[in-house]
Design a protein around this ligand. Sequence first.
Ligand SMILES: Nc1ncnc2c1ncn2[C@@H]1O[C@H](COP(=O)(O)OP(=O)(O)O)[C@@H](O)[C@H]1O
Ligand SMILES: [Mg+2]
Length: 254
Amino acid sequence: MLEIRNLSKTYNNKVIALKNVSLTVNKGEFAMVLGLSGAGKSTLIRSINGLISVEAGSIEFEGVSVSNKENINKIRKDIGIIFQQFNIIKRLTVLENVLCGRLAYSNTIMSSLKLFKKKDINWALDCIERVGLKEKAYVRSDQLSGGQQQRVGIARALAQQPKLILADEPVASLDPYSAEEILELLTEINKKEGITMLMSLHNVMLAKKYGNRILGIKNGILVFDKQVIGLTEKEMQLIYTMDTSLIKEKQQAV
Ligand SMILES: Nc1ncnc2c1ncn2[C@@H]1O[C@H](COP(=O)(O)OP(=O)(O)O)[C@@H](O)[C@H]1O
Ligand SMILES: [Mg+2]
């Protein structure tokens, strides 16, 4: 489904963010990208839907090249993305935010006038129900908790009927309980609806609990790529060196 070949990215001609990264994501997978802060996780995730331009190497989604600008609208329709900071518009209602996910399907004038078709509204309401926010559809988004705001982000991604959902540290701003609720919701969407997930995280336990594959990045290099089932003790030790939360705990203990 997703083919990344020899992807490299250097910022400002000096910071090497990704170095020769190659990987394939298959349909239905829930792949977790683990790495310390600055490892290159966001650069990798954002390159996939063209938020960051590909410098060297190639990314193909279902055989279509991401680096070709002509394809970007089609690719962005098929690939939803959710972010650490939710990136929702706080003064808009939940429904209005989720309708933004339908923009790719409406013509521009219709969208700017907020004259969405009944069909789009019903579809957005259905997505809101799928993330468990039915009662909040007409509430302003700034009235919601962090976990609820991330649910809006997920509903907005679902509204575009994606084949793949990218998630860049989607639970890093949430308390541990809400974080697991969000990961459970994404797991359910992955299992029941068959939507492929590629997510960055910095917590090994969560990656192992919810993902079925772990990709480890260190200094822009893909150093680890294994299925969760069958991970050995030695491999676990290796991936623990990519867990930021453990490093923080260690620092606190000193
Ligand atoms: N827009 C940018 N300009 C310059 N350097 C950047 C930019 N974005 C990220 N970087 C650098 O690229 C490296 C990888 O960053 P990033 O992909 O954000 O890592 P992660 O998401 O794993 O924390 C880091 O050294 C970071 O400082
Ligand atoms: Mg990041």
